[in-house]
Design a protein around this ligand. Sequence first.
Ligand code: ZN
Length: 267
Amino acid sequence: MRRWLAVVVLGLVVAGCGSEPVAQHTPVLDPVVTAGIPASSPPTTATTTTAPEVVVVLNPGHNGGNASHPAEINRQVPAGGGQVKACDTTGTETDDGYPEHAFTWDVTLRVRAALEARGVTVVLTRQDDTGVGPCVDERAAIGNRPDAAAVVSVHADGASTEGASGFHVIYPDPPRNEAQGEPSSRLATTLRDGLVGAGFAPANYTGRDGLDGRDDLAGLNLSERPAVFVECGNMRDAAEAAVLGSDDGKQRYAAAIAAAVLTYVGR
Ligand code: ZN
């Protein structure tokens, strides 16, 4: 019995590790369709419906191997709007040395779990926190799958200004296609409202009311789907770093982000 349990638990862990998430469809009998069908009728496809698949792409900023691979990371890549920029960066860190890539990875896994629990198919732009890249243009390309209802990049900021703190959600401005317009703005506003509702303060040093439009981010410039960046807070602010580095804080960020994404995609 003990061995059987161990095998089952191991199987679950392996399945959840690195494998592409598979949508969970629960067939729902439609009472209107089934009402007129005698109980003896053989089941037909017309008697069952499945919830439409919803796909969300989550992009955990940076990667744990970036710092040790400067040549790959500094390579210039297209950033949209005729711009080029480095493939990626190492990201910032708290004064205690807690790196942004570890924060974004941790929060992203929590958001993924919350979304998958509601039947959303989640695609990640990287599969671990030890690799290099992918480059920002490659991340954008992953997000550009036509069925992506929303593309959310998770970051934390590293502002050195004394007293700078709070979150901000970045949206593409000016929009370069339809998805970068109203859908991206609405996604940004929904996330902003969700974070405020969860008790997080909008940034006091950048953007306005927790929102910031930018034209220099490849992940937004190159996006053909509704896309935003969430800068959860300032890792260089001691008080905010304590929240960003805590299990409780990361869970609160993740819950707020997931709830807002579910609102946006209508789940
Ligand atoms: Zn970042």
